[in-house]
Structures are given as structure tokens and as C-alpha cells.
Design a protein around this ligand. Structure first.
Ligand code: PMP
Length: 423
């Protein structure tokens, strides 16, 4: 079996730290739009990859990368229009207070840089994140990623707060409850002699379980961190770039909310490693005085061409509107399924970022963790790809390329119906 030999080679060559998806690991060899083809020629509906956000191997992006790679690829210590044109275009998608852009290759580096900027600006070090957050792999950011669980200890200056859980916190109280958590974390930092530098949140709480509503639930917590001298960092690595349908960035769903730093990654280059941040000039000033920043690959001409091409496609193909329309259709279909399947406790999300929480008891909202594993693997067997999220890994995470159609959504819903019926 070729799959066995790949497994054996992975273990031998890559060592023990990597993990595969699914009980029967997938071996895709080709991608196109919302589809992945495996080595046996089977076609899978990809309802999970937000990295290939404008569709796997989009020809406009592939062509832009190839064209620039054939002309010049250098770095930001030479003059080049590419990085300026892309910075201009990216910043134009945000409130004008966010006046500078900086580029990295990964979301982890963007968050790490954001924290260096926050510390230089505030002369403080405390960081508040949500209870099951994931923000990346560098040492300092892994220590602020409690979803890594037993693998990594939280940093001394890191505190966690419950996410604004729209399923368990009573309607209308999410914002106040979230802010109360942030105030308690600030007080605890201060009690330990640590001043808060930042509140960093994924604006749709992707790893806490996907909480998008009600819009506005971030405002009070952001006011609290600013009152305590800290800044607000919006981690848009997962929610950003049109995915929520109603706004280009997740934070923009919350009226009047302007972060101090916005970090970005995954979908920016449609698979090409492109990430970065946008920042208020006054927040960047101290870091700029105290440090110089050079990231060998961050902001290179090929990455910038990839980023530009992705923005072209989102605009030309109306993908934000598509995310909104198809997302609504998908949630409506999933809500209908909930009428027939007791296991579905909650359907939530915005645009094409959808969470489906599975519970064994609707009244007690008991996480159906074991059942969720079976559903994810059952879907994979029937050639539909997605995964699970949240502290109890019982929320199906549906986050397809933005070119997902209503017919794709119907295929997903129909297949899920079969899998749930067969449990
Ligand atoms: N922030 C969030 C919210 C993420 O989901 C991730 C990646 N899963 C990161 C940061 C880190 O990005 P990367 O893997 O590109 O370093």
C-alpha cells in the first residue's frame, strides 16, 4: 500500500511532532477550486481550507506568482514597487487609522512582531488571550496559545479569559461577560506586578469554538484593555479577507471598532506563505525607534504579486458577496438538519465561517466529543472534508474556499445528513 509507505517515511524522516488529519489519512495530489483529488483519483469537497481562499490553484494567482518569479525575487532592503502597491491596497481595505503595513511569512511571526510592537509602545508585558486560543508557533506566541494544551505552558505574563460563547452565555450578555473576564485578567496581572500590554483575540474565536455574534461584543473589552494602558490586537489570520461576508475583516463587523494592530496570514497568498500586520503609526513609533526590522522573505516581490492577485480575484469574482449568500444558505440548511438530528445543538457563524456544535443533551449542552470524531471521519469517508474545533473539539468547523457554491453547500448538508443518520 503506497499510503503505508508514506506513513512510514513520514515517521522516519519528519519525526514524532507532526499530526495528520483523519483516521484514514488523506493523500491529495491535486487541487482545483473547492476540490481536492487524492492519489487514487477520488475527488473530495474541501469545506475546510481557508488558506486556498479563492480556490485551490486559482489560475490568476498561479500566473502572477510564476510571472514575478521569472522577473525578480529579492527582499525589502532594495526599493521595489510591489511591496508599496500591495501595502497601499491592503491598507485601503481597513479603517484609515491603520496607516502602516509590515510583512512576514507566517501568522505566527505576525503575532510575534505585534507583541514586540505592543511591548515597545506600552513598556509593559502582560498579554490577555482567550481560554482556548491559538496564535502560533514561536516560543513567545506558543506560550500564549492555550489550545496547545499540555504541550506548552502559558507564559508568566499571559492570562486567559473565557471567549464570548453565544451558545452558553445568555443572549445580549456576551459583551459584558467577555469584558468582565478581561477586567479580571487585568486585575490579576496587576496583582502580580505585571502591567498589561495587549489583549489579542481572533475576532471570530476560531479555536474557542467559532463565536461571531452578536456584533459589538468586543467593544467593551477593548475599552477595558485601553483604559489599563494596553492595546488591542485583532488576529485576523482566520476570519479575515472577506470570509465573514459582511465585512472584509472580522473586527469590522463590530461597528466603530478600530484595533491598534491587525495581524493577517493564511488566506493572503492563497497558499503562498504571505502574512503581516497593519498598525496605527503612533503605536509603531517606539518599536521603529528602538529596533530595525528585516524579514528575509517577508514582503518579497513574488509574495506581493501573490497577494495582489488574491485581492484581484476577491473583487472580480465577488467572493465577499458569495461568502455572505452561500454562508446564509448553508446555515439555513444546517438549521433544518437540526430539526431531525438531536445531536446538533447550535448552528452559528458569519459568511463562510460556520460552526455546528454537537451535543449529547441539548438542555445541558453536553459536548458530543466522541460523536464529533465519528462525524468528521464519516464525512471524510464520503469525500467531504472538514474538522472540529473548540475546547471539547465538538464543534464542526466549516470554512471552505470562498468560491464555495450553493450546490457545494447542498452536497455538504446532504452528506452530513447521511453521516448523522448512520451514527
Ligand atoms: N493565528 C490564528 C488565529 C491561527 O489560526 C493561526 C494558524 N492556525 C496562526 C495565528 C498562526 O499562523 P501560521 O500557522 O501561519 O504561523
Amino acid at each position: 500500500m503506497p499510503e503505508e509507505s508514506l506513513l512510514e517515511r513520514r515517521a522516519r524522516l519528519l519525526g514524532p511532532a507532526y499530526r495528520l488529519f483523519y483516521e484514514a489519512p488523506l493523500h491529495p495530489v491535486r487541487g482545483e477550486g473547492v476540490w481536492l483529488d487524492d492519489a487514487d483519483g477520488k475527488r473530495y469537497l474541501d469545506a475546510y481550507n481557508n488558506v486556498a481562499s479563492v480556490g485551490h490553484c486559482h489560475p490568476h494567482v498561479v500566473e502572477a506568482i510564476a510571472r514575478q518569479a521569472g522577473v525578480l525575487n529579492t527582499h525589502t532592503r532594495y526599493l521595489h514597487e510591489g511591496v508599496l502597491d500591495y501595502a497601499e491596497r491592503l491598507l485601503a481595505t481597513m479603517p484609515r487609522e491603520l496607516g502602516h503595513a509590515m510583512f512576514t511569512c507566517t501568522g505566527s511571526e505576525a503575532n510575534d512582531l505585534a507583541m514586540r510592537i505592543a511591548k515597545a509602545h506600552t513598556k509593559a508585558e502582560g498579554l490577555i488571550v482567550t481560554r482556548f486560543a491559538y496564535h502560533g508557533v514561536t516560543e513567545s506566541i506558543a506560550q500564549a496559545s492555550p489550545s496547545l494544551g499540555r504541550f506548552v505552558q502559558l507564559g508568566r505574563a499571559v492570562r486567559t479569559v473565557p471567549a464570548p460563547d453565544s451558545y452558553r452565555v445568555p443572549a445580549g450578555e456576551q459583551g459584558a461577560a467577555f469584558a468582565a473576564g478581561v477586567r479580571a485578567a487585568i486585575a490579576d496581572l496587576q496583582a502580580h506586578g505585571i502591567r498589561p500590554a495587549a489583549l489579542m483575540v481572533d475576532t471570530v474565536f476560531s479555536s474557542d469554538g467559532i463565536f461571531t455574534d452578536p456584533a459589538g461584543f468586543l467593544t467593551e473589552a477593548v475599552a477595558a484593555i485601553r483604559e489599563a494602558g494596553g492595546i488591542f490586537i485583532a488576529d485576523e489570520v482566520q476570519p479575515g479577507l472577506g470570509r465573514t461576508g459582511d465585512a472584509f475583516w472580522g473586527f469590522m463587523r463590530h461597528e466603530g471598532l478600530v484595533p491598534d494592530i491587525v495581524t493577517m496570514g493564511k488566506p493572503l497568498g492563497n497558499g503562498h506563505p504571505l502574512a503581516g500586520l497593519a498598525v496605527r503609526p503612533e503605536v509603531l513609533a517606539a518599536f521603529g525607534r528602538e529596533c530595525r526590522y528585516f524579514n528575509t522573505f517577508g514582503g518579497n516581490p513574488v509574495s506581493m504579486a501573490a497577494g495582489m492577485a488574491v485581492l484581484d480575484v476577491i473583487g472580480r469574482e465577488g467572493l465577499m458577496a458569495n461568502a455572505q449568500r452561500v454562508g446564509r444558505h448553508l446555515r439555513a440548511g444546517l438549521s433544518k438538519l437540526a430539526e431531525r438530528h438531536e445531536l446538533i445543538g447550535d448552528v452559528r457563524g458569519a459568511g463562510l465561517f460556520v460552526g455546528l456544535e454537537l451535543v449529547t443533551d441539548r438542555r445541558a449542552r453536553t459536548p458530543a466529543t466522541a460523536e464529533t470524531v465519528r462525524v468528521v471521519n464519516g464525512l471524510r469517508e464520503r469525500q467531504v472534508l472538514l474538522s472540529a474545533t473548540g475546547e471539547h473539539a465538538n464543534t464542526l468547523k466549516i470554512r471552505p474556499p470562498l468560491v464555495f457554491s450553493e450546490a457545494n453547500a447542498d452536497l455538504l448538508i446532504g452528506t452530513l445528513d447521511e453521516v448523522l443518520a448512520g451514527l
